[in-house]
Design a protein around this ligand. Structure first.
Ligand code: 2IT
Length: 449
């Protein structure tokens, strides 16, 4: 069978099966586009119908989440957990609490997670969950009541050897704490059934920093492979959440100069670059006071806030999208290319649109897909599980060493897989191929289940 025709027919089949799930289709297409040479060489994957099996979550749980606000009003949200693939280990992946959450978004995120987790080299299956509940504007007690209600149903379906949720957009240590508390109450069992816990009751040091640090390590590896380094490189970043802020911190520590970043309201251009003092201010502004970046622009000389503007027109050597899916469009990629940008390293999941990716590749920029360069977060979640199993705590330095080693392995594995299948230097192809093969082979070993 011709693998190109098979892949095209397969994408048609996926689109017809769930016509409304557009972001999910985008994620599937991105993976399958890299797999033609793999399918050609390993017809067993076609015979075993691995693609048809791998796009279907093993199980999806959808449930009612009723909760009361501080005034006593009753609200109903929808809860989800997509238990995507357990060929390599228990389902593992974050929870997104945001009003844009629906089954389409969680299937895309869960699908990505399967390959990302495979890339980490750790024994992790893939899953994702969440709710259309928006944590923004809610009090702590409202968030607690919501999280408890959410777990009143979900506790039946998760567990230390089954499915281990963590955070994602709108779900941080506070939400993990409330969910863990209720899980423990209902099961009477103190186990590492969640990651992203606070370090004083089972969390791993460096988990909050891990995704952002990992992105910086991955960029460092990409440049090193070209005989270059981060030293003196100007960088721009998009989101100013956990991923963005800690990417800025590590990039700065590694000698780069972060000159632009943004939030929902606009972006900051700081030609002098961020430093330790400015980062401390930013962390307090974003994590503690939840204020606007406007304050940064007013406080630091030479920097200014650009209301309503994205960050991508700020000239840079490297760009790091770290906010959400489809945040970097074709026209943004064009601007980056015109400004001489040398690489785009994804910190969020699927931030570049397919058209933007084509343009980035045509312009011969380095490009790393999120499932490779943002895998540091879930990798340290895996290390949190290991520490919980052993009932030990590792130091920051120990976790950081593991993280660096894992990011280097992911980088090497991507390059080797891409070269092996005739696409040298293509990190996207390499990530998809390496991630896919490991899961596919395990599925074949385990039979039709
Ligand atoms: O997208 C991701 O990799 C995450 N939200 C983290 C998942 C995890 O289990 O730590």
């Amino acid at each position: 069978m011709d693998s190109k025709t098979y892949a095209a027919d397969f994408l048609d089949y996926v689109a017809k099966k769930d016509p409304a799930q557009k972001v999910f289709h985008q994620a599937v297409k991105e993976v399958v586009s890299s797999l033609t040479p793999v399918l050609q060489q390993h017809l067993l994957y076609i015979k075993e119908r691995i693609l048809e099996r791998i796009v279907e979550p093993e199980r999806t749980i959808i449930f009612r989440v009723p909760w009361q606000d501080d005034k006593g009003e009753i609200h109903v949200n929808r809860g989800f957990r997509v238990q995507y693939n357990s060929a390599l280990g228990p389902y593992k992946g974050g929870m997104r609490f945001h009003n844009t959450v629906n089954q389409d978004v969680l299937k895309f995120l869960g699908f990505e997670q399967v390959f990302k987790n495979s890339l980490t080299t750790l024994p992790l299956g893939g899953g994702k969950g969440g709710s259309d509940f928006d944590t923004r504007g809610k009090s702590d007690s409202e968030v607690m009541r919501f999280c408890h209600s959410f777990i009143n149903e979900l506790y039946h379906h998760i567990g230390y050897h089954t499915d281990i949720p963590a955070g994602d957009l709108g779900c941080g240590a506070r939400e993990i704490g409330y969910m863990f508390g209720q899980y423990k109450k209902l099961t009477n069992d103190f186990t590492g059934a969640f990651t992203g816990k606070k370090p004083n009751w089972g969390g791993s040091l460096l988990r909050p920093e891990a995704t952002g640090y990992g992105v910086a390590y991955f960029a460092q590896n990409m440049l090193k492979n070209k005989g270059d380094s981060l030293e003196g490189k100007t960088c721009i970043i998009s989101g100013t959440g956990n991923v963005g802020i800690y990417a800025m911190e590590k990039l700065t520590l590694l000698g780069a100069k972060v000159v632009g970043f943004m939030d929902y309201d606009g972006s900051v251009y700081d030609p002098d670059g961020i430093d330790a003092e400015k980062l401390a201010f930013l962390k307090d502004l974003v994590f503690v006071r939840r204020g606007s970046l406007k304050e940064y622009g007013e406080k630091f000389k030479h920097s200014h806030f650009r209301s309503g503007k994205k960050t991508w027109d700020i000239p840079c050597d490297l760009a790091f999208p770290t906010a959400c899916e489809n945040e970097l469009l074709e026209e943004d990629a064009k601007t980056l290319a015109l400004n001489g940008c040398k690489g785009v390293c994804e910190g969020s999941n699927m931030p570049c649109t397919p058209q933007a990716i084509d343009l980035i590749k045509e312009a011969k920029m380095l490009y790393s897909p999120g499932k490779a360069s943002n895998a540091g977060g879930v990798a340290v979640s895996g290390l949190e599980m290991t520490q919980n199993s052993m009932r030990v705590y590792w130091t920051r330095e120990e976790v950081d060493q593991y993280l660096q080693r894992i990011m280097t392995s992911i980088h090497t594995n991507c390059l080797e897989a891409a070269a092996q299948y005739g696409m040298p230097g293509d990190y996207m192809a390499g990530a998809n191929i390496f991630g896919f093969k490991k899961v596919a082979d395990a599925m074949i070993d385990q039979g039709l289940v």
